[in-house]
Design a protein around this ligand. Structure first.
Ligand SMILES: Nc1ncnc2c1ncn2[C@@H]1O[C@H](COP(=O)(O)OP(=O)(O)OP(=O)(O)O)[C@@H](O)[C@H]1O
Length: 240
């Protein structure tokens, strides 16, 4: 089965064509990476796939079903979760409350949460190694810890496919290793990943399949070893 694919997906902002009939598919059950130079349309691609912005034309298919232009919550319900480049957490809420609120906005009001949900939230915090911070306000966490917190919130919805937008951006090397390890672990448990990332060491070490964008189009795809030596990729990145 193909997990996530797009067919001639197109999006322009004014005259700036950011996604240009982008046809691409990601591997179900694998760790996929989406890489490309700054401005090549990676985040816009995520935004179109998750319903945050409307593509001008083309289709988004998930497990064969057409999810183009569905609302973000409907796409999340279909099994696709995502994190954001600029990490979305509530800074003055505790870590635990953040995770609960991510699962269900009603949890923003205390008392609306069940015991089972709290246990599940703590379970994710433990898995991600930040359980000891459950009672801390999110704003007191390091940037990398906030990214783990955001991921815990996404995992509360039990997504089958997780889109990560620059998980390593601004994260210290120790946490970087943990994030890489977690991706592999969650993948081994059956989750598909699509990861936008500039840290090539991380991309090369955790990906099964890499898609390279240049100006909103895939110019190469394949396993890390093939991408590393692909001349089109070197050209797009280094201008050679
Ligand atoms: N809401 C918007 N309105 C206007 N232009 C936008 C908008 N969102 C993105 N763009 C433009 O689309 C282009 C692609 O941006 P996008 O963020 O998708 O690229 P990217 O590959 O994710 O870049 P980076 O690696 O730097 O995060 C850029 O030229 C950007 O200025």
């Amino acid at each position: 089965m193909r997990s996530l694919e797009t067919v001639e997906l197109t999006k322009a902002f004014g005259g700036n064509v950011v996604l240009d009939k982008t046809t691409v598919s990601f591997r179900h059950g694998k760790v996929n990476a989406l890489i490309g130079p700054n401005g090549s349309g990676k985040t816009t691609f995520f935004n179109c796939v998750t319903g945050m912005i409307r593509p001008d034309s083309g289709r988004v298919l998930y497990g064969g079903a057409d999810i183009t232009r569905r609302a973000p919550h409907a796409i999340a319900r279909a099994g696709i979760g995502r994190t954001f480049q600029l990490c979305r957490v509530f800074p003055r809420m505790t870590v635990l409350d953040n995770v609960l609120a991510a699962a269900r906005p009603a949890n923003l009001f205390r008392g609306a949460r069940g015991r089972a949900e709290v246990d599940r939230a703590r379970g994710w915090l433990t898995k991600l190694g930040i359980e000891h911070l459950a009672g801390a306000e999110a704003r007191n966490l390091s940037w990398g810890q906030q990214k783990l917190l955001e991921l815990a919130g996404v995992l509360m919805s039990e997504p089958e496919t997780v889109l990560l937008d620059e998980p390593a951006g601004g994260v210290n090397p120790a946490l970087l290793d943990r994030i890489g390890g977690l991706v592999r672990e969650l993948n081994a448990e059956g989750r598909t990943f699509v990861i936008v990332e500039h840290n090539m060491d991380l991309v090369m070490s955790i990906s099964d399949h890499i898609v390279v964008f240049d100006r909103g189009r895939p110019i190469a795809e394949g396993p890390p070893a093939a991408i590393r030596s692909d001349e089109r990729v070197l050209g797009a990145y280094l201008g050679v």
